[in-house]
Design a binder for this molecule. Structure first.
Ligand SMILES: [Zn+2]
Length: 129
């Protein structure tokens, strides 16, 4: 099979994933006792330590790399450390921080997909409700 045969399909899949913003479920669950969830909105997300020692909330699931702006793309290393990818593209998918789409924070600027996710979160009932 030639690459030119499969490329349109790949592009179509990516385009559809971008349009619908369908996250792929992450089978891993947070360790018992670990800090979980967002203390501002009650949303489900997992805390990870960054390479700089800061703690950030990472959303569950992965997104197509091309759908997320450079600088907003994260990867979780084998030891659980959250690594910002910058403009690097080591794989086809990436993670995002909950901070970018937390409905308790201002709407994200400059990214349609992050804004869509933020709006979706805004419409969901929280644990505090
Ligand atoms: Zn939140």
């Amino acid at each position: 099979m030639k690459l030119s045969d499969t490329l349109p399909t790949v592009i179509d899949v990516l385009a559809r994933a971008t349009r619908t913003a369908t996250p792929v479920p992450d089978p891993r669950t947070p360790k018992p006792g670990a800090r979980t969830g967002c203390s501002w909105c009650g949303g489900a997300a997992a805390w990870h330590r960054t390479v700089r020692g800061r703690w950030i909330l990472i959303e569950h699931g992965t997104w197509p790399l091309t759908a997320i702006p450079a600088g907003k793309r994260w990867r979780i290393a084998g030891d659980g450390t959250a690594v910002n990818l910058g403009s690097a593209a080591p794989s086809d998918t990436c993670r995002i921080t909950h901070f970018d789409i937390c409905p308790a924070r201002p709407a994200p600027i400059g990214s349609d997909i992050l804004l869509t996710l933020w709006q979706r979160n805004s419409q969901q009932p929280t644990d505090h409700g």
